[in-house]
Structure formats: structure tokens, C-alpha cells
Design a protein around this ligand. Structure first.
Ligand SMILES: [Zn+2]
Ligand SMILES: [Zn+2]
Length: 237
């Protein structure tokens, strides 16, 4: 038996799902198969994750959704623990998003002078263009929701682990921001806040960094970014 490396295994799996998905759904992705054969499974998968025709769902993917067999999608293959290491964090996030059925949300940079995380007051006027920001903050400033979140998660920053009590002593006790994890676009009309799930404690620095993008960066993404930087600076990078 020939031993395959991970990339070759991925390629083989990409070819297999063509047949399995075809049998299950009646949709034969011939264009897909051609791309896999000509570019190789890895490049084809990355290319598929890149394509995002404005809010549209690819035909083959829709067929799998209808047949309740998204386990045969490229996205599911990408997320398999065996193949994940071949993909970037952004590609993994995109695969997760598609499988979770969330609409595509183009993330854009928030200019520093418009990043109000932690600064905006409840009685601040809603300024043209900043309505979204105010709405997010309203959730983060709801005292009861905040209390429930902190009772569950404590007062340590979920991104960098810093604790104000440890760092500043008594005056830092019980000081922390809470951040609302669910981007507006991911919420349904009758959205009900689940404070212990949707809110997380974050220090103001990390909070501001989460809000450098709109919708905000994910907590685990910023955490990974920070860990990566810490590793590289500790090795003299
Ligand atoms: Zn932090
Ligand atoms: Zn926030």
C-alpha cells in the first residue's frame, strides 16, 4: 500500500465526495471535479473557500443542504481534524460560517477614530453611521446581562488573560468590559440575549482590538493572533 501524505489524502477525499454527493443529491459537480483534478484537491478547496458570489450559495452546496448531507461538502472536509492544519484560520472560519448557515458578512476595518468600544456613553446621541455601534454597546452595557456574564466567566480577559485585580490590586477589583460576541447580522429578528453565552469579559485593550473590524473579530481569532505574536517575539522576532 502506498502511504499518502495529508495533502494527497485530502485530494483523494475531495474526489470521493464528488461521487458520494452525486449519488446522494443527483447533482454531479463536474466543474468541481475538473478543478480538483487539474489544480489538486488542496488548491481547489482553497479556491472554493475564496469564492463568494455576493450572498449566493453555490448550487452543489445548496443541493447538499437540501439533502441534509452537508457532511459531504468541501467545507466539512476542510473542518475535519485531519485536514484542518492545511488551512488558514480565515479559511476555517469561512467553512464554519457556511456550514452554520450564517449569511456572509463582509468584515471591514473600523477607522481608529470611529472605534468607540468602551468609550461611548448610554446617553450619547446616535450619530449618523454609528447606529450599529450604539446597538452593540447597548447589549454590552445592560447591567443585568453583564452581571450574569461575569458571574459565569469571572473578571479575567477572555483574550489576554489579564486580571485588573492582579495587576492593579484593590482598585482593579471587578473592573472589566464585556463584549457581545454575536454580530448583528447573525441575530434573528426575535433575538434574545443569552448573557452567559453571548457576552464575554474582555479588557479594554483587547476590546478595542476586537472592534477594529466590523463585525468584530472573533475572540478566539484575536486570542490566536496574540499567542502567535507572543511566540514570535519570545524567539526574538
Ligand atoms: Zn485583554
Ligand atoms: Zn464589544
Amino acid at each position: 500500500m502506498v502511504r499518502m501524505n495529508r495533502e494527497q489524502e485530502l485530494h483523494q477525499r475531495m474526489v470521493e465526495i464528488y461521487t458520494e454527493a452525486g449519488r446522494e443529491t443527483g447533482h454531479w459537480g463536474n466543474y468541481y471535479l475538473r478543478a480538483v483534478r487539474s489544480k489538486g484537491g488542496l488548491a481547489a478547496a482553497k479556491n472554493i473557500l475564496k469564492q463568494q458570489p455576493a450572498g449566493k450559495i453555490a448550487k452543489g452546496f445548496q443541493a447538499l443542504v437540501d439533502a441534509d448531507r452537508t457532511d459531504l461538502s468541501v467545507e466539512a472536509v476542510v473542518l475535519a481534524p485531519r485536514f484542518r492544519p492545511l488551512f488558514t484560520q480565515a479559511e476555517i472560519v469561512e467553512a464554519q460560517r457556511r456550514l452554520s448557515g450564517l449569511p456572509p458578512v463582509p468584515q471591514h476595518k473600523v477607522p481608529p477614530e470611529r472605534n468607540f468600544s468602551g468609550e461611548i456613553d448610554d446617553d450619547v446621541e446616535v450619530v449618523e453611521g454609528s447606529r450599529r455601534q450604539v446597538m452593540v454597546n447597548a447589549y454590552e452595557r445592560n447591567p443585568r446581562a453583564r452581571k450574569a456574564c461575569l458571574a459565569k466567566h469571572g473578571y479575567r480577559c477572555s483574550v489576554c488573560d489579564m486580571s485588573f485585580a492582579e495587576r492593579y490590586g484593590e482598585i482593579g477589583r471587578h473592573f472589566i468590559h464585556v463584549h457581545h460576541k454575536k454580530p448583528l447580522a447573525a441575530r434573528r429578528k426575535a433575538y434574545k440575549l443569552q448573557p452567559t453565552v453571548d457576552l464575554v469579559p474582555v479588557c479594554p485593550n483587547c476590546h478595542a482590538m476586537l472592534h477594529t473590524q466590523d463585525p468584530p473579530l472573533r475572540v478566539d481569532v484575536l486570542r490566536a493572533l496574540l499567542a502567535k505574536r507572543e511566540r514570535s517575539t519570545s524567539t526574538g522576532g
